[in-house]
Design a protein around this ligand. Structure first.
Ligand SMILES: CC(C)(COP(=O)(O)OP(=O)(O)OC[C@H]1O[C@@H](n2cnc3c(N)ncnc32)[C@H](O)[C@@H]1OP(=O)(O)O)[C@@H](O)C(=O)NCCC(=O)NCCS
Length: 310
């Protein structure tokens, strides 16, 4: 039996312990169990964010769950060390997340009835599927991971931006607030991307992969921001990290033109182009299908079957 959970902000050694646990899980499964946002938040102490750690008798971090109650749903990511699975740790962490989801986003919010819990399973591998089924959870959202090879030299020129628009690169310090506002407009309906704050932007700008030369903005004739394209090159992959078009400028070919801009930028810098897209975003899927992308993996979100929405 695992020792009881400790719930609360992570000490610096526990942050290291969770990173080591995630690395051991990734090595065993071939998929990173925690995505970028929870990893960036390991050291964060906020009322809407919960960290719970399970330890072995020897004190090693063998399980971890992070629950984010800041959005419309409570979103959890959980992982158990490969050598400590099938011992009930996952069940304990999931129960903790379920209880946590019923807590108010901010302490003492009157009339709060809790949020729906959503649990990510990156890669949706066999153990996660069996675990979720045993807990009575069903898939409520699919996030597709698409990929296509990149040419070693130049990518043939694709669609250009429509007349009246101009592409330039992001200027750190000058464009931060305007980009966050554009991103919120473009992703108003998106559970994670639309919530990015200036602090989240700065966290990413501090990462080793950040390169303003791969972060493009589209201005309209008045100099306002109409769209943006952010790319991320890491480990041979060139990710189309975020493409956002302001709703007032959608339907004019900016998404397609920015996909071409991304592929032209990434060619020679990475061996394959990648991106994540929601499985029900048919407009974006059509653009990426035409650009030669194919499904390489899928991340899913599970929810309790009694609260299922699809
Ligand atoms: C999924 C995961 C969290 C399960 O953790 P765990 O500690 O092994 O889970 P538990 O021991 O609490 O298992 C609870 C039940 O789930 C089912 N289950 C879990 N793993 C299983 C597997 N590999 N095969 C079949 N059933 C499994 C069983 O019914 C199990 O009960 P039992 O052992 O009494 O038969 C773990 O495999 C993991 O960390 N995977 C990588 C990260 C991940 O996918 N996270 C998302 C989870 S939705």
């Amino acid at each position: 039996m695992p020792s009881p959970l400790s719930i609360g902000p992570l000490s610096p050694p526990d942050v290291d312990g969770v990173r080591a646990l995630a690395a051991a899980s990734a090595a065993a499964d071939g998929v990173e169990p925690l995505s970028e946002q929870p990893l960036l938040r390991l050291g964060v102490d906020e009322g809407w964010l919960t960290h719970a750690v399970a330890r072995s008798k020897a004190g090693q971090v063998v399980g971890y769950v992070q629950v984010d109650r800041g959005g419309e749903d409570a979103s959890a990511e959980l992982v158990v060390h490969p050598e400590h699975r099938r011992g009930g740790v996952g069940r304990l962490l999931l129960r903790t997340a379920e209880r946590d989801a019923t807590l108010p986003q901010f302490g003492g919010t009157a009339g709060h009835h809790g949020k729906r819990l959503r649990v990510w399973a990156h890669g949706n591998l066999g153990p996660a599927r069996a675990f979720a089924a045993r807990a009575g959870y069903v898939v409520v959202r699919e996030l597709l991971f698409l990929a296509r090879p990149l040419p070693g030299a130049a990518e043939p020129a694709g669609a250009a931006v429509p007349p009246g628009y101009r592409v330039r690169t992001f200027e750190p310090g000058r464009d931060d607030d305007a980009w966050v506002a554009l991103n919120a407009r473009a992703f108003a309906a998106h559970p994670e991307q639309g919530r990015l704050t200036v602090a989240d932007l700065h966290d990413r700008m501090a990462e080793p992969w950040f390169d303003a030369a791969g972060f493009f903005l589209v201005e309209d004739a008045d100099g306002g921001l109409a769209a943006s394209l952010w790319t991320k090159v890491e480990g041979g992959d060139g990710e189309i990290y975020a493409v956002g078009v302001d709703p007032d400028h959608q339907g004019r070919g900016l998404g397609r033109a920015l996909t071409s801009t991304a592929l032209e930028h990434l060619a020679g810098r990475a061996t394959r182009a990648t991106l994540y897209v929601d499985g029900d975003n048919s407009a974006a899927l059509a653009v990426y299908d035409r650009a030669g992308f194919a499904r390489a993996a899928v991340d899913v979100q599970y929810g309790p079957s009694n609260g299922a929405i699809i």
